[in-house]
Design a protein. Structure first.
Length: 116
């Protein structure tokens, strides 16, 4: 299983970036997909998750700025990040979780840097 994340880079405060994660998963549509982030010296924290039924959950720090979505036909999950802040700087990881099998998979991470 591979989760390939892309779309990270350098953005100015107030700018936008869109992350993508393509998953080589059978039955992608049944997986809960999520984005986590880890800043230097900090823990890896949940940013947003989307269930198999497309219910979304966001960390308070990104509500109303970030949007998670999925395209089951493309085995892809997205994270649209608007109104970026310097504190959004982190490595962003894609996650896939199967409720039925309790399997969890991680992508390799993509770096997002927001300058002030």
């Amino acid at each position: 299983v591979q989760l390939q994340a892309s779309g990270g880079g350098l953005a100015q405060a107030g700018g936008s970036l869109r992350l993508s994660c393509v998953a080589s998963l059978d039955m992608f549509n049944v997986y809960f997909m999520g984005w986590y982030r880890q800043a230097p010296g900090k823990t890896r924290d949940l940013v947003a998750t989307i269930t198999s039924g497309s219910t979304t959950i966001y960390a308070d720090s990104v509500k109303d700025r970030f949007t998670i979505s999925r395209d089951n036909a493309k085995n892809t999950v997205y994270l649209q990040m608007n109104s970026l802040k310097p504190e959004d700087t982190a490595v962003y990881y894609c996650n896939a979780r199967s409720i039925a099998s309790a399997s969890t998979y991680w992508g390799q991470g993509t770096l997002v840097t927001v300058s002030s």
